[in-house]
Design a protein around this ligand. Structure first.
Ligand SMILES: NC(=O)C1=CN([C@@H]2O[C@H](COP(=O)(O)OP(=O)(O)OC[C@H]3O[C@@H](n4cnc5c(N)ncnc54)[C@H](O)[C@@H]3O)[C@@H](O)[C@H]2O)[C@H](O)CC1
Ligand SMILES: [K+]
Length: 493
């Protein structure tokens, strides 16, 4: 099994740059040329037959990488032009030297966008405007260059990070949309969370010979887990019996939301739970028994009626379709005090955010599964603040409520006492009702099968996203939550 990948802040990677230069005993220009060669090798492998290349260079070392890439293209006799977003006379240090190298190789350098031919489909754009040095509000001149890149019909290659994307948070107002990004020396968190996954295209990592010891010395922001580094369930013993694999109780399904609670129960079942009970409104019982006879469905019309059902289960998932009525609040108030691990999702989170039910309760044995809006409500802030720094938001929710927090997104974050993990998961087809209910059921089933909460959260996010990807192979649009159920079953072992 692989180890998870460390994801760093921009500042840590700049420190890694410095340590790599020192460890390799080479001048920084050599590291820049090594970066540019690595970038050029990947872009040439993918677009070797491209008609021409336009390189957009900024005023720092990211731009310096771009000038060297232009020189390498010229050496390969590929027609190449550089747009210098910052007048080359202002360049300093390695970037200045890289510009001189490009000029020696006969590269044409233009200072104005109007002089630059408009790109066609056979033009590869290389984005070397901004790298880890980007900070604050985007300067208008660079913004115009980014807009020009976004309008080009051909492929786009970003050096180190798509310009305009924040390397630490994945936040981006205006940024380059790349088909491929080659990132150097250390993986930046912003490539894998927030808008990073959508803006980067294929991400390729080039370590440029950075010493592993230097990488280990730095504190990563996040550990990134993938199929090969996530802990799976152990094989089932021959003499298995159903109680070995957990009894899950799913609580929810207010008027009109009977499907949500049933989908959570079904995904628990498909994830290997031994027994599943359902506590919901009486009107949903028939449907539950018809759709999923394996589930033991109970009608509850008050918190008092729920109480006896809280005794048997090993894990309780509360929230799918729970609603925010007095009935909903009564059920959460009771379930929230049960003495077994909880998975708290959807409207249960919104009720929690309201502060009237379970006020001030912190538990080490619950998993909260907010999306961005629910996280904002739990923190009493605006959604924009969560999007501006998803990692910080996940940590803040975990510090406020304890336990494990799954902050859902294209790069889903799992915050816990030991740090923050990231699992890239899912696809745009999963932006439809019920997907969150499935995840809730999977988390509960994995806890019921004796995975520690953090491992259950990581595996559930991966399993949910992978099942979504497999199901989406038949098409993104019209992908239904229940389409994932057979895939959950195939992938859980
Ligand atoms: N350090 C090394 O040995 C290597 C670095 N690599 C590449 O270098 C960049 C980091 O370079 P740096 O000069 O520190 O910063 P950038 O080029 O990313 O950006 C600085 C550049 O951008 C301008 N700028 C900053 N903020 C804004 C803004 N909000 N709006 C507009 N412009 C902005 C600033 O004025 C400077 O002109 C790294 O990403 C790598 O690509 C090599 O990869 C390895 C060796
Ligand atoms: K860039």
């Amino acid at each position: 099994m692989d180890t998870p990948q460390p994801l760093y802040s921009a500042e840590s990677v700049r420190e890694l740059d410095r340590q790599t230069i020192a460890a390799l005993g080479i001048p920084s220009i050599q590291l820049m040329k090594r970066a540019a060669r690595a970038a050029f090798a990947h872009l040439h492998r993918r677009w070797g037959d491209i008609g021409r290349i336009q390189v957009f260079c900024g005023g720092g070392n990211n731009g310096g990488d771009g000038y060297v890439i232009a020189a390498l293209a010229a050496q390969k006799k590929i027609p190449v032009t550089v747009f210098a977003c910052v007048d080359p006379v202002q360049l300093k240090g390695d970037a200045r030297e890289a510009h001189a190298y490009a000029c020696r190789e006969g590269v044409q350098v233009l200072n104005s966008l109007t002089e630059l031919d408009s790109a066609d489909g056979d033009t590869l754009i290389v984005d070397a405007l901004l790298g880890t040095g980007f900070s604050g509000e985007l300067r208008p001149d660079v913004g115009h260059a980014i807009e020009r890149i976004r309008k080009s019909p051909g492929p786009v290659f970003s050096v180190d990070i798509p310009s305009g994307l924040n390397a630490d948070s994945g936040c981006a107002e205006l940024a380059v949309q790349a088909d491929m990004t080659v990132t150097f020396i250390g993986r930046k968190l912003g490539l894998y969370c927030g808008r990073g996954p959508a803006l980067c295209g294929e991400v390729i990592f080039a370590d440029l010979g950075a010493p592993v010891s230097a990488q280990q010395a730095l504190q990563p922001l996040v550990q990134r887990y993938s199929a090969t580094s996530i802990k799976r369930l152990s094989a089932r013993p021959v003499d298995s019996f159903k109680n070995l694999f957990g009894h899950i109780l799913v609580v929810g399904g207010d008027n009109g939301f009977g499907g949500a609670v049933l989908m959570a129960a079904q995904s628990s079942a498909r994830c290997g739970a031994g027994l599943i009970s359902l506590a919901t409104r009486p009107e949903h019982l028939t449907a539950a028994l018809t759709r999923c006879p394996e589930v033991m469905a109970h009608s509850v019309i008050s918190g008092q009626e729920l109480e006896p059902l809280l005794e048997g289960p090993d894990v309780i998932a509360v929230g799918p379709g729970l609603g925010r009525s007095p009935w909903s609040e009564q059920l959460l108030a009771r379930a929230g005090r049960a003495q077994v691990p909880l998975v708290v999702d959807a409207d249960a989170l919104n009720i929690l955010a309201g502060g009237r039910v379970l006020a001030g309760v912190k538990r080490d044995d619950w998993v909260l599964t907010p999306h961005v809006g629910e996280a904002a409500r739990l923190l009493g802030c605006d959604t924009k603040e969560v999007l501006a720094d998803p990692r910080a938001a996940a940590v803040a929710v975990q510090q406020k409520f304890s336990g494990v927090v799954i902050l859902k997104g294209a790069g889903t974050l799992v915050a816990h006492d030991g740090g923050v993990d990231l699992i890239n998961s899912g696809n745009p087809g999963m932006a439809s009702g019920g997907m969150g209910d499935l995840l809730t059921g999977i988390v509960a089933a994995l806890i019921g099968q004796h995975l520690p909460l953090v491992e259950a959260a990581r595996l559930a996010v991966w399993l949910h996203g992978e099942a979504g990807d497999r199901a989406a192979e038949e098409g993104l649009r019209g992908l239904l939550a229940t389409d994932l159920l057979p895939w959950i079953r195939r992938l859980v072992d």
